[in-house]
Write a protein that binds this ligand. Sequence first.
Ligand SMILES: Cc1ncc(COP(=O)(O)O)c(C=O)c1O
Length: 372
Amino acid sequence: MTAKRGPIPRQGILDIAPYVPGTSALPGAQPVIKLSSNETPFGPSPAAVEAYLAAASTLSLYPDGSARPVREALAKLYGLDAGRIVCGAGSDELLNLIATAYLGPGDEAIYSEHGFLVYKIAILARGAKPVVAPESDLTANVDAILARVTSATRVVFIANPNNPTGTYLAFDEVKRLREGLPERVLLVLDAAYAEYVRANDYEAGIELVATTHNTVMTRTFSKIYGLASLRLGWVYCPAEVASVLNRIRGPFNVSGPAIAAGVAALKDQASVQRSATHNETWRARMAEALSALGLGVTPSAANFLLLHFPKGNGHSAQEADTFLHGRRIILRRVTEYGFPDALRLTIGTEDDNNAVLEALRAFMGAKGGARK
Ligand SMILES: Cc1ncc(COP(=O)(O)O)c(C=O)c1O
């Protein structure tokens, strides 16, 4: 009797290490402080929750197939052409649709050394070859990316700012990258954390998408808008790219409640600004206080900090993780991003942040009270 053989996936699929999200719960019933997934500590706008609940009355109906209300609201907010916006179930779906449309066996796609891991998965899933460009100072290096372009390169993925480093490329560098890439190469600017960036030399991607025919910008409602569970993202792209993505996306890929909540969330820009200001203040305070404890802190433009722990001597990242769990605090291990000695900390509420500072002070054996 011959051994039973099941279906064989296409080449590349079994090379994929499944994406492992950060720890989100701990044993026991007591509450946890979860600062492991770059979620906003403030939740969504109350108006978004209200719109979501109201959408319960139409759950039996298919939603608008192109998420038009969200595209129109985005177009109004940013002064864009709604026809060049495509929405998806999170920006993850859009990154994967881009890979489906532009990558296949024999093609190459480049991302940077500590780049967001979804790129590698999306590339491998299409049977294409991932090409990794080394970074400088934990920041994408334009020359290193350009040096890896071959005749097979089809796509370059850049998270700007990047997760998990928090570092960003200034607009001049992004432009230099675009100018150095061949015309046939699609540049994907993943600006999931754009709303948090308050740097004069940063541009999320709108200008490059507007002025080139081979650049796209992905965005999400999962971070500052606090709608991670609803799965809503968008891409602003040339009309030809929108036409391509609209051919292959699911006909109703964004749910009605997500559309309703997304539109309401966009109207509440006061909440967005409050969150960004809180983040800016606390990111600086946390970076200073954690550096004073002897931790390495990568300068971040986003809503999280990459914390580098000493190797060994009882103060390693792994031991810190265990210690923090003992205090019911969850940060993100980032070993699979090439950082076995680091943890990523999402900026939380004032109380959460102070709890983390106090815990890490105790862990590092330092003295001093929490800062306000
Ligand atoms: C850089 C980056 N891009 C994209 C995403 C995906 O976000 P979503 O699929 O929730 O829109 C994340 C989420 O962590 C991210 O960090």
